[in-house]
Design a protein around this ligand. Structure first.
Ligand SMILES: Nc1nc2c(ncn2[C@@H]2O[C@H](COP(=O)(O)OP(=O)(O)O)[C@@H](O)[C@H]2O)c(=O)[nH]1
Ligand SMILES: [Mg+2]
Length: 440
């Protein structure tokens, strides 16, 4: 399905209005740095053309953007998508006959469209979630949606791990428009549950559906209560980053957009004639006409600016750098593939030293224990040896003592014989020698 539209009013993708390319952090060497030294150049260098280079590349490749719409049926999701991209992405739907078999779960449907405007191509995918919140029990309505978002992450991860990464198709959901019923009260349980489950996986953009059913005052109160609920439940909705090297106009625009969240929107793909003779996209009521492109009437224009003109690139970047990256780390960890965090994370030197010291101490303790063990072993060996030689010594000592005892008894025997006057039997030469000496 290819639709081409080139209205100058909606020139969101035209090169001259391409606000997001110039403010993309991947371009700005100053982005994110708080103390930027501003210098005057002495002549023309040429890098001012950088945004155009990136832009040209993107124009050649085309932009790929995936938006998801979630909300109870009949809140105007399909109508708003048609209004946003000014095409009939969704054909008018015939209401189901009362006898028709109705689906029992949230279905996920996606529609692809190539839209071209002033030579810029946008490959748009819209993921619709019919059935969300339509059942008696909606406790698990969020589940198929989370699964869908994660399976898109899965497919991207799988492509990233391929050897050939030339043709990576990015099917990840870059933004999720969450339609809040215009009750004028506050968020419902199902809204809170959905946002709590999804806010770490997708850029959430809350919108108040069919805002033409509420008065200005009611809308202002409702917005405040919604924001309070969101803050109370620590839900993170998409916030546009701000760069400090931006001009006042851009900053003012960013503030203006931020001040309208949650956007109170009205959708219509019909053109109606106003009493003063203009042809506008809007809804006609007996008491007047509500114009979707009129900022006095609703926040539709601001929502479109955020989604298409100003922050499309930021939404894609945040999806890739934060949401997908967190999911990937968690996934790898759960698979037991521990990422060496020291490679990726910034290192705090004090923490690092502390870690090193603990490691070093553990190593020392281990060495000490080993040395003790070796020492004890050696001592035991030595003791055993000593014991053995002691026994040997003792045996020898006994032997010698026995021999001596025998000699003494022999001598005493001899002495007794001599004293009794019996002649000595010449036994040994040394005794006879001794006797000779004695005689001399
Ligand atoms: N009052 C009002 N009605 C709307 C608006 N947007 C859509 N509708 C109507 O609401 C009905 C359901 O719209 P649809 O886009 O099919 O809702 P979906 O089920 O959320 O996709 C249709 O009759 C629309 O004409 C709106 O902003 N205000
Ligand atoms: Mg629909």
């Amino acid at each position: 399905m290819t639709d081409s539209y080139a209205s100058s009013r909606n020139g969101d993708l035209s090169p001259s209005q391409n606000g997001h390319a110039a403010s993309s952090p991947s371009l700005g060497p100053n982005a994110g740095v708080s103390s930027v030294i501003r210098k005057k150049l002495m002549g023309y260098v040429g890098f001012a053309n950088l945004p155009n280079q990136v832009h040209r590349k993107s124009v050649r490749k085309g932009f790929q953007f995936t938006a998801m719409v979630v909300g109870e049926s009949g809140l105007g999701k399909s109508t708003l998508i048609n209004t946003l991209f000014n095409t009939t992405l969704y054909a008018p739907k015939e209401p189901l006959p009362p006898t028709a078999e109705r689906p029992k779960t949230v279905a996920i449907e996606s529609i692809d469209a190539d839209i071209e405007e002033n030579g810029v191509r946008l490959h748009l995918t819209v993921v619709d979630t019919p059935g969300f919140g339509d059942f008696v029990n909606n406790d698990d309505s969020w589940r198929p949606i989370v699964e869908n978002i994660e399976s898109r992450f899965d497919s991207y991860l799988e492509q990233e791990n391929r050897v050939n990464r030339q043709k990576v198709v990015d099917n990840r959901v870059h933004a999720c428009l969450y339609f809040i019923q215009p009750t004028g009260h506050s968020l419902k349980q199902i809204d809170i549950e959905f946002m709590r489950r999804l806010h770490t996986k997708v850029n959430l953009i809350p919108v108040i559906a069919k805002a033409d059913t509420l008065t200005d005052e009611e809308i202002a109160d409702f917005k405040n209560r919604i924001l309070a609920d969101i803050a109370h439940h620590h839900i993170h909705i998409f916030q546009a980053p701000t760069y400090d090297n931006e001009d006042e106009e851009t900053i003012a625009e960013a503030e203006e957009i931020a001040s309208k969240i949650p956007f109170a929107v009205v959708g219509s793909d019909k053109v109606v004639a106003t009493p003063d003779g203009r042809e506008v996209r809007g809804r006609s009521y007996p008491w007047g006409i509500i114009e979707v492109d009129n900022e006095e009437h609703c926040d539709f224009v601001k929502l479109r600016q955020m989604l298409v003109r100003t922050y499309m690139e930021e939404l894609r970047e945040y999806t890739n750098d934060v949401l997908y990256e967190n999911w990937r780390t968690e996934k790898l960890l759960s698979m037991g593939v521990a990422q060496d965090s020291s490679v990726f994370k910034e290192i705090n030197p004090a923490e690092r030293m502390q870690e090193d010291r603990v490691l070093h101490e553990a190593k020392l303790a281990k060495m000490e224990a080993e040395m003790k063990m070796v020492f004890q072993q050696k001592v035991q060996e030595k003791e055993a040896k000593l014991k053995q030689s002691e026994e040997e010594l003792y045996a020898r000592h006994k032997e010698m003592k026995d021999a001596l005892d025998k000699q003494r008894s022999d001598l005493e025997e001899k002495k007794r014989k001599i004293e009794s006057g019996r002649p000595l039997t010449p036994e040994k030469s040394n005794t006879s020698k001794k006797n000779r000496f004695l005689r001399a």
